[in-house]
Structure formats: structure tokens, C-alpha cells
Design a protein around this ligand. Structure first.
Ligand SMILES: [Zn+2]
Length: 298
């Protein structure tokens, strides 16, 4: 992935110089890419019942035709307010985040709406969020309360080593998945999800959660489609994304953590499902195809 050619986001807060600090606020971290979250936190959100959440914008498909602005600034600036050089993972995150802003802005615009971008918070160790205090153990997640994507910079090492999904596009997928949750927030999908989930038993909530997560995977694929379209990807990147999607599948994680899988406890979807929906977005570039709530079997 030619992430250095992607525009750097200005909506990044780097807290990596100030580790720790965080008193529990209660509430749950949610919507992590992974399922690490689940293992660690158990069952937080979950439940469901196929509901229809359409909430998609009216208006057509919408290739962002506008090329992203030709890279701003030096490749290796220190983080604002510090003199520390930023890690390569932090730089990549900033560029990819900027690119998701360009893609979703164009898609929303084509639908007659305005994309209000989320914030990316980079941290290490732990940090406070509107969803409670976060530790590195939860993995990346989106907090609707403060419209921010939280990313512990050590996660990418885990992705490479523990999950066996190396590669810059694998990292891009992770970020784009969390941004996908922000899109769900903007489109009202998340609100409907919460309202519905409240009334469901645990098993149904899990099913609904899987649909929400698979849709975020599909949205990540949509971003990938436009990155490819603008020649920002390398050969093999799509496969790299698929490998990452599979690696964070609930079945894979459960197998690794507990030696068996319990599909009724899935909250993010199996490797198969995650790959399938990522690919749906990647192949079509049309986020209206990400109708995980409408199909019988996502
Ligand atoms: Zn998620």
C-alpha cells in the first residue's frame, strides 16, 4: 500500500507520550475490531435480532473522483507539540485515516450529505475515553460517545505476530473497520442497533452484533476499493486484507484462546463471514451492498 501518498489526517490526537492515566468510568468498550475485546471483556454489547437497518443515504453510488490532495508536509514530522519522531505505525495510521476521510467525504457528498470525520486517538498502555477507560488489551475500537477511534500503537505488532496478519494494508483494514463504525454512527445504524439490542436476549444480541461488525468490514472493503482505484494499493494487498479479516474472526480467535469455537457467542463473525463482507465492499465499492442487516444469513 502506498500509504505515504495518502493525505495525512489532521484529526489525530497522539497521546502516546503520556501513557496511563485513566480512571474507570464504567461503560463498555465496544466495537473493537476484534474479538480480543470479547475475550477480555466478555460479552458487552450483543444481542440481536435481524432488524432492518437501512439508514443508507439516498443518492447514487459515488466514486470519489477527486484525487486526494497531493500529500501534505514532510513524511516524517514529529508529532505536534513534541519532538519525538513518530513511529512508522503512527505515521501510517495518520495517512490511512486521512484517506478514509477523503473517501467517505466523497461518498457522503455524492449522497447529498456531509461527512463529519471522527477523531483518531493514538495511545499506549491505557487512556480515558467517553466509553470508559481503555487498556491496550481491548484492541482498537470506536467510541460513539466521543466519536473517536482509539488505537493502541502496540496492536499492530500483535496483528503481525500474534494474529499472523502482517502488512500495511492489514493495518489499513483495521483502521478502516473502525472508521466503518463511525459511518454507522453517522447513518443512524448504531442508534437503531442500540435500541434493538436492549430488548433482546444474549444470543439474539450476539447475532445482531455480528451484523453490525460485518457491515463495518464491508465498509472497510469499500475504502479499499477506492484506494485501489486511485492506484494506492500494491499487488497482494487485497489478500492481505482478507487475511487480516480472517485472523480476527471469532472462530479463529476462540480456537486460539480456548481451543474450540462457540458460534452462538460470536459477536464479530467467523473468518469466512468477515472475508466475505470485506470482499463485498472491496469488489463493488458500493456501500449500499453492505446490507448485512437485510440478508437472512450474513
Ligand atoms: Zn468492530
Amino acid at each position: 500500500m502506498r500509504w505515504g501518498d495518502m493525505r495525512e489526517s489532521e484529526n489525530v490526537e497522539d497521546r502516546t507520550g503520556t501513557p496511563g492515566g485513566g480512571f474507570p468510568l464504567g461503560g463498555g468498550m465496544r466495537l473493537g475490531l476484534g474479538s480480543i475485546i470479547i475475550i477480555v471483556i466478555g460479552s458487552l454489547l450483543f444481542g440481536i435480532n435481524p432488524l432492518e437497518i437501512l439508514g443508507l443515504l439516498s443518492g447514487g453510488p459515488a466514486p470519489p473522483s477527486q484525487q486526494s490532495a497531493p500529500g501534505y508536509g514532510p513524511q516524517n514530522p514529529p508529532a505536534p507539540g513534541t519532538s519525538r519522531p513518530r513511529s512508522e505505525d503512527a505515521q501510517l495510521s495518520t495517512h490511512v485515516f486521512g484517506d478514509t476521510e477523503d473517501v467517505w467525504s466523497a461518498l457522503f457528498k455524492a449522497g447529498g450529505a456531509r461527512y463529519d470525520p471522527p477523531k483518531l486517538v493514538l495511545f499506549e498502555g491505557g487512556t480515558n475515553t467517553a466509553c470508559g477507560s481503555a487498556s491496550a488489551a481491548v484492541g482498537p475500537f470506536y467510541c460513539p460517545g466521543d466519536r473517536s477511534v482509539y488505537l493502541d500503537t502496540s496492536f499492530f505488532q500483535q496483528l503481525r505476530n500474534r494474529f499472523g496478519a502482517p502488512g500495511d494494508f492489514a493495518q489499513g483494514y483495521v483502521i478502516a473497520h473502525e472508521v466503518g463504525h463511525h459511518v454507522q454512527n453517522l447513518l443512524g445504524t448504531m442508534r437503531k442497533f442500540d435500541a434493538q439490542a436492549e430488548r433482546l436476549d444474549a444470543r439474539s444480541r450476539n447475532e445482531l452484533s455480528v451484523r453490525l461488525e460485518l457491515q463495518a468490514d464491508c465498509y472497510a472493503g469499500v475504502w479499499g476499493f477506492f484506494a485501489q482505484k486511485r492506484n494506492l494499493l500494491d499487488a497482494g494487498d487485497m489478500e492481505e486484507g482478507l487475511r487480516a479479516a480472517a485472523a480476527v474472526g471469532d472462530d479463529q480467535i476462540q480456537k486460539r484462546m480456548q481451543g474450540y469455537t462457540a458460534p452462538e457467542s460470536f459477536t464479530h463473525g467467523s473468518a469466512q463471514q468477515r472475508m466475505r463482507w470485506f470482499k463485498t465492499g472491496f469488489d463493488s465499492g458500493d456501500f449500499r451492498n453492505c446490507n448485512t442487516f437485510d440478508v437472512r444469513q450474513p
